[in-house]
Design a protein around this ligand. Structure first.
Ligand SMILES: Cc1ncc(COP(=O)(O)O)c(C=O)c1O
Length: 452
């Protein structure tokens, strides 16, 4: 009987993060200043980030040591288990071997603490007293609240208003870990007040909440900003996921033919995929692996967006990033995968898509929830709605393998659990989930309204 749960000894946890920028033949274009549109320098970022994270953002060192205090806190929940989905395979009748790396074992319930902990650590070391951030569904907000609590930092979270009301228990988690939670758009910032003046009923978006958090951080010298995805240093921190997976595949003598992650800003996908992509680029991979980034059809950034420079937020405070984008003024539909409702994408993941190394795929929410339903019934874990996109892609790959009678190995990142998303599951069970594919006219309008 194959091993169901492949554990890595604590002593084998990675001690360095993997930086793909050392291996990419075609690195992402540099960030541009939001005002001058000239190349941005480290000094432009110091009002909101500590120097250590700015250096990581631009580093081309292949390995960056993980500080001892961060390793110590990672040990609270890492190494995360790799599971072989034997019951799911059986239910699908597939010859494929399906594996999932389960990041829901962290205290916040997702992969987000992997970067929240080092971000809080480096800010604390730089003498910062308080962090401001945004959150969509609350997974990132709760992770940074947890990390700030561990390092004795204050934390203010601007939470997208629709989720603020839909997900009261995520709010409670943040408050329990000592954070202040503000529904965004709010009257606390100029960016928020401008949005409310134009639309008092605005339900908010990640792009608006980012503007509010950046503005908050810029205005106070004791405060920095923290971002839960998209940036190079965030993907860097998440590479503990893929590095552990490589070691766990070694234990069972296997190697993935396909690696899958859901993509909001690209961090859990980058976390699981980049160490494998690196092996590929360095000619060290045991196989030619395919990489799939799964996203919502309601917010199809990689599959239908434009590859160009754009702002990361609505108020145009962030640097310009060359990436796939639906336009910084894009307002995503209220699908339940709140963490995937972002108009942009990591520059690294965008580059890999552009260069044909990563294949994007978009799904509507009922297709994802039905895969999550099968997963919950077979493997027992109730997945986060975001992660259900990766499950859908894995199930489809396994069904294709069945038709082709192929014994391939499929790995996906189960980025979080869905225990605080049961309202969404209730709607799915009651047949009340509405599928939404972004209409072409709406996409073109959002792009046209988002020139830089
Ligand atoms: C469980 C979960 N998975 C995935 C994501 C998407 O983010 P990223 O693409 O940065 O992994 C989120 C974002 O909030 C999330 O909460």
């Amino acid at each position: 009987m194959p091993q169901r749960r492949i554990s890595l000894p604590a002593s084998d946890m990675p001690t360095a993060w993997y930086n793909i920028l050392a291996d990419l033949p075609n690195p992402p274009s540099p960030y541009l200043h939001p005002g001058t549109k000239e190349l941005i320098g480290p000094a432009d970022l110091t009002p909101i980030f500590p120097e250590a994270l700015i250096l990581q953002e631009v580093s081309s060192e292949r390995w960056i040591d993980i500080p001892g205090e961060v390793i110590d806190l990672y040990r609270q929940y890492r190494p995360a288990p790799l599971h072989r989905a034997l019951r799911l395979e059986q239910a699908l009748g597939t010859p494929a071997r399906i594996y999932y790396k389960y990041e829901g074992v962290s205290p916040a319930g997702s992969h987000k603490p992997n970067t929240a902990i080092p971000q809080a650590y480096y800010n604390k070391k730089a003498g910062i007293k308080r962090l401001a951030t945004e959150t969509g569904a609350g997974q990132w907000g709760s992770s940074i609240a947890l990390a700030c609590n561990w390092f004795g930092l204050e934390c203010t979270v601007y939470m997208v208003k629709v989720s603020y009301h839909q997900k009261p228990y995520r709010r409670t988690m943040m408050k329990l870990w000592g954070a202040e939670v503000i529904a965004s758009p709010s009257d606390q910032t100029q960016a928020g007040r401008n949005i409310l003046a134009a639309d008092p009923d605005s339900s908010g978006s990640l792009g608006i909440a980012i503007s509010e958090a950046v503005e908050d951080a810029v205005q106070r010298s004791d405060t920095n900003y923290a971002l839960g995805s998209v940036l190079n240093h965030v993907l860097l921190h998440q590479t503990v996921i893929g590095q552990e997976a490589i070691a766990q595949f070694d234990i069972v003598g296997d190697y993935p033919d396909v690696v899958i992650g859901c993509c909001g800003g690209g961090s859990n996908f980058g976390g699981i995929a980049l160490p494998f992509v690196g092996q590929q680029l360095r000619g060290e991979a045991k196989k030619k692996t395919r990489f799939i980034g799964a996203e919502p059809a309601a917010c199809p950034t990689m599959s239908r967006g434009e590859f160009r420079y754009d702002f990361g937020d609505v108020a145009k405070y962030t640097p310009l990033v060359e990436m796939y984008t639906l336009g910084h003024n894009f307002m995503p539909a209220g699908i339940h995968a709140g963490g995937l409702r972002y108009h942009g994408m990591s520059a690294i993941v965008s580059r890999l898509v552009k260069d044909g190394i990563v294949d994007p795929i978009a799904y509507t929410q009922n297709a994802c929830f039905s895969a999550a339903d099968l997963f919950a019934k077979t493997e027992g874990i109730i997945p986060a709605p975001e992660s259900s996109h990766a499950i859908r892609a894995a199930v489809d790959e396994a069904l294709k393998a069945k038709v082709a009678n192929e014994e391939k190995a499929i790995l996906f990142c189960l980025s979080g659990h869905g225990f605080l998303d049961l309202g969404a599951y209730e709607a799915y069970l009651d047949d009340k989930l509405v599928d939404y594919e972004l209409p072409e006219a709406e996409l073109q309008l959002a792009l046209a309204n988002s020139t830089i």
